[in-house]
Write a protein that binds this ligand. Structure first.
Ligand SMILES: Cc1cc2nc3c(=O)[nH]c(=O)nc-3n(C[C@H](O)[C@H](O)[C@H](O)COP(=O)(O)O)c2cc1C
Length: 178
């Protein structure tokens, strides 16, 4: 997928609806990816977000050590791979190869973008104070990518136990929120 640069001030609009994301990392020469739905926006610009990455996950070690990751936002076309990335650890498996995901170099971090995802957010961990207590990382988006044509992305929204909603109809109401 070809992506264009995206204004950082618009990043919140990708994440606020809470889509399931693929968190990619690179650590000690190895790329990894895990499925994540526990994330939240914290500020508009620079975009800040918080996320919970369990200390049991291989990705935790990579994120804590490198303080870098990419949040890739998938759509329904790769839903099966998204769930697979959440069912198995990357400790002994190259999930990119196993599930046919294509890594692409990022511009500001060592972790890879995922080609099949419609948007990719390069992030740096900027506050680690809640990691020991809550496994909660505060990330700043330092570069955002989005495909050129994607008016109504069919993102995945986790409802627990393998159940997902797929984003559908778009509606607009008068609102004071940015
Ligand atoms: C829909 C879905 C959402 C998930 N959300 C999270 C999450 O927010 N935080 C987390 O630590 N694990 C989450 N997981 C579980 C991890 O993706 C899973 O433990 C994964 O195998 C970790 O891979 P790793 O060991 O390669 O890092 C989720 C899994 C699924 C299927």
């Amino acid at each position: 997928m070809r992506k264009r640069s995206m204004p950082l001030g618009k990043v919140y609009s990708l994440l606020e609806p809470g889509p399931v994301v693929l968190l990619s990392t690179a650590h000690q020469g190895k790329n990894n990816v895990m499925t994540m739905s526990w994330h939240t926006m914290m500020d508009f610009e620079p975009p800040l977000l918080g996320c919970v990455v369990s200390a049991r996950n291989f990705s935790f070690t990579a994120l804590r050590s490198t303080r870098q990751c990419v949040l890739n936002i998938p759509t329904r076309e790769i839903a099966a791979q998204v769930v697979q990335c959440g069912n198995v650890s990357g400790r002994a498996l190259d999930k990119f190869a196993a599930f046919g995901l294509m890594p692409m170099p990022a511009s500001m971090v060592d972790a890879p973008l995922i080609a099949q995802c419609y948007a990719s957010l390069e992030c740096r961990a900027v506050d680690m104070r809640l990691v020991n207590r809550y496994n909660f990382f505060i990330l700043e988006v330092v570069k955002a990518w989005i495909v050129s044509k994607c008016s109504n992305p069919q993102t995945l929204h986790h409802r627990g136990h393998g159940n997902f909603m797929i984003a559908g109809e778009a509606v607009k109401f008068p609102s004071k929120m940015k």
